[in-house]
Design a protein around this ligand. Structure first.
Ligand SMILES: [Cu+2]
Length: 279
């Protein structure tokens, strides 16, 4: 039985409420509809499980000692220094056990996931590329258009907060903010990347199901941070193409289409950068 199967068995036998096998313990996380989201869930679940295991041991031992050595007649308290060789070795062994089963295992899982998935950027002509520029308090998206190049006239810019991607296709985003730090978070994909002023950050993901999903800002970015919400539509490839075509028909925005500076959600139409292949 592999580690993953053992773990699945453990979490399903311990948490069957309403006939359903709960993923992350008491939480009911958004449905994972991404290729690699299970990796994040596994790390979280392992962390919860191993911590619960050690915590239970400590609590059970405390209860046992409280009862076993309670104050009663004919019993006298004893003062022990606890610094003999035996105790030192015992503490070191316990410490190492915790270090190996918590830190080392979680690091191992995390680096494996980074190497196999999150840092293993997809390449090739079928990869969908999107530039994202969050601002207080909205999401701006940019698609390359017919020429496949960013930062020129035929770029496609959907309405604010609207992002479409095709299903079963790798999507790479590059993100930089218009103003302060924001963070692009799609709970259904278990992915998140900061938008940092002065930097272009990058991330990739792939949807396994069509539907409508929420994009949240995961960085407190101002007084309306809570309503900074984007809408991600995962389309079939045909619907996605149709949507791109509908953007093309809308035509180019005018040069002076910059949003009103006094308005929170003025749309800075002219933004974008040449796609950074090296990052
Ligand atoms: Cu934000």
């Amino acid at each position: 039985m592999s580690f993953q199967n053992t773990w699945r068995w453990f979490k399903c036998t311990t948490k069957k409420i309403g006939g359903k096998c709960w993923g992350i313990w008491f939480l009911d996380p958004p449905k994972d509809i991404s290729l690699d989201g299970y990796r994040i869930d596994n790390v979280i679940q392992y962390t919860d499980g191993v911590i619960l295991f050690y915590f239970s041991i400590v609590v059970l031992l405390m209860i046992y000692f409280l009862i076993r050595y309670r104050s009663r007649s004919g019993h006298k308290a004893e003062y022990i220094h606890g610094n003999s060789k035996k105790y030192v070795i015992f503490s070191l062994v316990m410490g190492m056990l915790v270090f190996l089963t918590v830190d080392v295992v979680i690091e191992g899982m995390a680096f494996k996931d980074l190497k196999e998935a999150f840092w293993n950027f997809p390449k090739g002509p079928n990869v969908v590329r999107v530039e994202v520029m969050p601002q207080q308090f909205a999401w701006n998206f940019r698609y390359a258009g017919a020429d496949g190049e960013f930062g020129n006239e035929d770029d496609l810019i959907p309405a604010q907060n609207q992002m479409h991607i095709p299903v079963n296709t790798p999507v790479v985003i590059q993100i930089a903010p218009y103003d302060v730090i924001h963070s692009f978070f799609i709970p259904n994909f278990r992915v998140k990347v900061d938008a940092t002023p002065g930097m272009i950050n990058t991330m990739w993901f792939q949807a396994t199901e069509t539907g409508n999903f929420e994009i949240a800002c995961a960085e407190l970015c101002g007084n309306s941070h809570y309503r900074m919400r984007g809408f991600l539509t995962v389309d079939s490839p045909a619907d996605y193409q149709k949507w791109l075509n509908s953007l093309e028909e809308e035509g180019e925005p005018e040069e002076d289409d910059w949003g009103d500076e006094d308005e929170d959600e003025g749309i800075p139409t002219y933004w974008g950068w040449a796609w950074k292949e090296s990052i």
